[in-house]
Design a protein around this ligand. Sequence first.
Ligand code: FES
Length: 156
Amino acid sequence: MTEDGGESSELDRIVQNIVSVLESEDSKIYSEEVIAEFRDPANVGSVADADGVGIADGLCNDTMEITLKFDGDRIARCMFFTDGCGATVACGSKLTKIAIGKTVEEALEIEPEYLAGLLGGLPDDHKHCTSLAVIALKNALRNYVKRRKEKEGGEP
Ligand code: FES
């Protein structure tokens, strides 16, 4: 192995050690579900040509945006983007997964407590992360309904 290769593998080992420590610390705070969603989040980004867009601002100054695309009366695509914490990423991932396939009415029934339950619970100081995600989804749904009404009202 070259000298560079040796330095590289040493660096890899150090990085892996840091990751292991962080993961063991996270596992004391967060549920397995939260860690799994955070490590491999689904539906990150923005839906192109979205039918509905919603943004929520948290008291912690974090934000989340959710974009929706409908197929008929059901959500066909749902994506999120956040500058928030790891728990918020987990919330956005889980929430967008469960929103897909739902009607507006069904998706509006999703509450932060339900999302928290699906994630195996969240620490007290991160419970608001579920609200941030759910409010962003509800704002996107309202935006979709408003746009649909405007479109219908504008037709002859
Ligand atoms: Fe602010 Fe998670 S949304 S800490």
